[in-house]
Design a protein around this ligand. Structure first.
Ligand code: GLU
Ligand code: MG
Length: 467
């Protein structure tokens, strides 16, 4: 369980107590440096590193970093809001020791996610991880709710020797095919070894549909830990690939056409250790609370898309009939619905039942995505929303009248359209707070402006290697 307490200047007492022992253990494992990772509003993971011997100082006083990264774009240009984007000021990064791991794919290194607070010790209103911790803490306090979450990771494996900027798949053979598994056998085995060494519990690792594409799914955790894990999993996949002469892309659309890389979110609500998505009176065993939570997410999907699919490349992926879930619809195990109701196998529903949200990709900041999905669900819960009729099959087959009658809408087709929906959504804005909400708007508009006039192939190329 991730600590939901904010860091404090001088250090969290529990961290101060254990840091010396931790440094000694890291030194025994020949860990020379620690990667301090955070994800910016655009979805890019940015890091600072410290020598292992500086960990005690980092735990008590933090590590300095400019707040300007909150309004960085994926191409490293900078936009501004009323509050953010200025070269002034400094923040302190505090590593979360609960999530510190020795990196198996990068000998000599450990990794930890950070929370960012101000020099004065206040919460930094632009910190996405702090936002998700706050949402989780509020849900526990106000509703007695806890969550389990997992983010699937899809990626494309290319040859490291490909011409600069180009993607050449590192495997041949059919989708989900044994040929691909054999061809990348050593890479995949090293990946499993690295995950095991890092105590990342893998459910499945398999070749996927698109050229060179693979997927890994990991066990569900509390939301903050799940977001941390998705960042760590990608760092590991990339590092192990590099040792095999491979290069990986997590971009939503490695190419402008065809199936992209998703980052589907699995989410469930729990109260007193009981899963609200099973054993209830509503359809498929949902409790009333779980149904309202799901309905809250469904109702806000168009606005949520600005957070869960934040890149111009996201809209190359979000196309019908590619399992990315581009219509506001839910269904029981329906892989073309944006919200897939998973009931779990017989006898295990209490552990397994959850919601899968599909219009999410790995350009999304996982902390913002999970925090906004939970905020939307909680709004549904507070308003006792009910789900509309479910769909079966592919909603792309509906004509306009049928779609309207079922309340099925196409999700935004472009980043500016998603940003418009987001700006009009008071619930998401209020959950994020004005500073973070304005940063999301400014970064999305900046990202859209950066690709104006580019055709789809150039958009795909521009974002191929940044996430
Ligand atoms: N690659 C698909 C996507 O972009 C998902 C395929 C799957 O369901 O695993 O979302
Ligand atoms: Mg998949």
């Amino acid at each position: 369980m991730t600590t939901l307490a904010d860091p404090v200047p001088g250090g969290r007492p529990e961290d101060l107590r254990r840091v010396a022992g931790l440094v000694a253990r890291l030194a025994e494992k020949s860990v020379l440096g620690i990667v301090l990772a955070h994800v910016d509003t655009a979805g890019v993971c940015r890091v600072k590193t410290i020598p292992t011997g500086r960990l005690e100082a980092a735990v008590s006083g933090g590590v300095g970093m400019s707040p300007v990264f909150d309004t960085f774009l994926a191409d490293d240009s900078i936009v501004t809001t009323d509050v953010l984007g200025s070269p002034d000021g400094d923040l302190r990064l505090y590593p979360d020791l609960d999530q510190l791991v020795t990196l198996a794919g990068q000998p000599g290194w450990a990794w930890a996610p950070v929370d960012r607070i101000t020099q004065e010790g206040e919460r930094h209103p632009g910190c996405a991880r702090t936002f998700l911790r706050r949402i989780a803490a509020d849900a526990a306090e106000r509703h007695g709710l806890a969550f389990k979450a997992a983010i699937e990771v899809e990626w494309a494996v290319g040859l490291g020797s490909a011409p600069p900027g180009e993607f050449v798949p590192a495997v041949s053979g059919p989708a989900y095919g044994a040929i691909r598994q054999v061809e990348l056998s050593d890479y995949a085995a090293d990946l499993l070894a690295a995950f095991a060494a890092q105590e990342v519990h893998v459910d499945q690792l398999h070749p996927e549909y698109a050229a060179g594409q693979f997927e890994v799914s990991t066990s569900a955790l509390d939301p903050v830990a799940a977001a941390d894990r998705s960042v760590l999993v990608r760092q590991t996949i990339r590092a192990v690939a590099q040792r095999h002469g491979l290069r990986v892309s997590f971009s939503p659309a490695v190419f402008a056409e065809g199936v992209g890389n998703g980052g589907h979110v699995h989410l469930s609500c729990w109260r007193d250790g009981v899963n609200l998505h099973a054993g209830g009176e509503r359809r498929y065993g949902m409790t009333a609370g779980a149904e309202s939570f799901a309905a809250g997410i469904l109702a806000r999907l168009p606005a949520l898309t600005a957070v869960t699919a934040p890149s111009p490349a996201s809209y190359l992926r979000l196309k019908p009939s590619q399992w990315a879930g581009v219509f506001t619809a839910w269904g029981h195990e329906t892989r073309e619905s944006a919200l897939r109701m998973i009931t779990g196998t017989a006898g295990r529903q209490g552990q397994e039942a959850n919601l899968e949200v599909k219009p999410v990709d790995l350009a999304a900041n996982p902390y913002l995505a999970l925090g906004c999905l939970i905020a939307a669900g909680l709004d549904g819960l507070e308003s006792s929303l009910v789900l509309p009729e479910e769909i079966t099959g592919d909603p792309a087959r509906y004509g306009p009248d049928e779609a309207a009658a079922l309340g099925v809408r196409r999700l935004p087709r472009s980043l500016p359209e998603a940003a418009r929906e987001f700006r009009a959504d008071q619930v998401l804005r209020a959950a994020l707070g004005p500073v973070l909400a304005d940063a999301v708007s400014a970064v999305r508009l900046g990202e859209a402006a950066a690709v104006e006039g580019l055709d789809d192939a150039r958009v795909a190329a521009a974002y191929r290697w940044v996430y």
